[in-house]
Design a protein around this ligand. Structure first.
Ligand code: F3S
Length: 385
């Protein structure tokens, strides 16, 4: 790999041992993927925000950076914290939270604590180079915003944030952003989250191109989250909608490798429908935006839920939502409004506590979870017939 003179100096340790190790890590990571240089990034986003007590090596590395006075070189946002709602075990497992939060603060990150960082705290533009972790955010940045980032892991994301650099390979390069799989739709009732889940399973690491459909921004978020989880997909295109896909001809390098058709029957097949044995209903993974919450909340006015029901919001959206009358309506209906990540808390729930969710990502990660459309979930918690 060819480094700039100032990068060589950091590697030699002229800015301290901890930064030298961060640089060395990026160089070795880049070499493993065939990168020939490091490029500057506009921003970072870190996924290592769960204070799992076993992450000792992670904490030791952060401690070393902090001890040498290292701070992030670019705007760097954070994924959500884990929740503590469900049981004591969860609180014990996350016993490193305070220590972790302290290190991250000392590094100078932006404490937005949201996987939907691109809605408020970290908003890249077309063509920006990034080094983000968090698969759903990576996918939104690549696909919907036209920024460029690989799916970085925990710690690689930190190395990039403190050096302001990332190795140039993968989704930073034009040739890897081209479509490989064409997805045709035969769907009457769109369910973007289910669609993302199915596409993820079929595309697996390839870039799918979906024929034109007017998805809104919320649908793109929820579809992307499911697709990135179910198939490791870092980028998708939508014909005539996403910025790098004005038409099918320009996004494929010749013919697609494969063409698949997803039908209404395919979408319906992953639904449980109304789920009377669900112990709880969980909305918001990726976390809900303010607009998404308002739309959902209208269904709860003058109603009462018949089982525990949770909304997980972007923290900034929660603050805005709490200032509305709708917030009081939803609380009176019995809904809990939270602003962390549902997954950590729910993973250590008792297996008998079955979850119903309209999130394809939550469905993918949580063993024993049922999937339903938003309406299935509203029916299950008893607020619509
Ligand atoms: Fe976000 Fe947690 Fe879901 S980080 S995408 S709410 S798993």
């Amino acid at each position: 790999m060819k480094l700039e003179p100032e990068q060589e100096a950091v590697l030699r340790g002229e800015s301290g041992k901890a930064l030298s190790l961060a640089m060395k890590t990026l160089v070795e990571y880049g070499k493993a993927f065939g990168a020939v240089r490091l490029v500057p990034i506009k921003s970072g986003h870190l996924a290592g925000t769960f204070g799992v007590f076993l992450y000792r090596s992670y904490y030791n590395i952060l401690q070393q950076l902090v001890a040498e006075g290292v701070r992030v070189k670019v705007l760097t946002t954070l994924n959500p914290r884990p929740g503590h709602d469900f049981n004591l075990i969860n609180q014990l497992v996350m016993g490193g939270q305070r220590r972790l939060d302290g290190y991250l603060e000392a590094l100078g990150v932006t404490p937005n604590y949201s996987c939907v960082c691109y809605e408020d705290a970290n908003m890249p533009e077309l063509g920006d180079q990034l080094a983000w972790a968090e698969s759903s955010a990576v996918q939104f940045a690549n696909s919907v915003l036209g920024a460029r980032t690989n799916r970085n892991s925990i710690l690689i994301d930190v190395c990039s944030a403190v050096t302001g650099l990332t190795p140039e390979f993968g989704y930073l390069l034009d040739e890897n952003r081209r479509g490989r799989l064409l997805v045709k739709l035969k769907v009457d009732r769109m369910d973007a989250s289910a669609l993302g889940y199915i596409i993820g399973q079929k595309a697996v690491n390839r870039v799918p191109v979906i024929e034109h459909y007017d998805f809104n921004r919320i649908e793109l978020k929820n579809m992307g989250g499911a697709m990135a989880a179910a198939g490791g997909v870092a980028m998708f295109h939508i014909e005539g909608l996403t910025p790098e896909c004005p038409d099918l001809k320009s996004v494929f390098n010749g013919e697609p490798e494969d063409t698949i058709t997803i039908t209404q029957e395919d979408l319906d097949a992953i639904r449980t429908g109304r789920s009377d044995d669900a112990a709880m209903v969980v909305f918001g993974c990726p976390q809900m935006t303010y607009g998404e919450t308002v739309e959902l909340a209208e269904n709860f006015v003058n109603k009462r839920v018949n089982r525990p029901t949770y909304f997980y919001l972007i923290p900034e959206a929660k603050i805005r939502f709490m200032a509305t009358d709708l917030y009081n309506n939803v609380i009176e209906a019995g809904v809990k409004i939270l602003d962390h990540c549902p997954i950590a808390g729910l993973m250590v729930r008792r297996e008998s506590k079955k979850v119903l969710t309209p999130s394809g990502k939550c469905y993918y990660y949580l063993h024993g979870t049922d999937y339903g459309t938003v309406d299935d979930c509203l029916r299950t918690c008893g607020v619509i017939p």
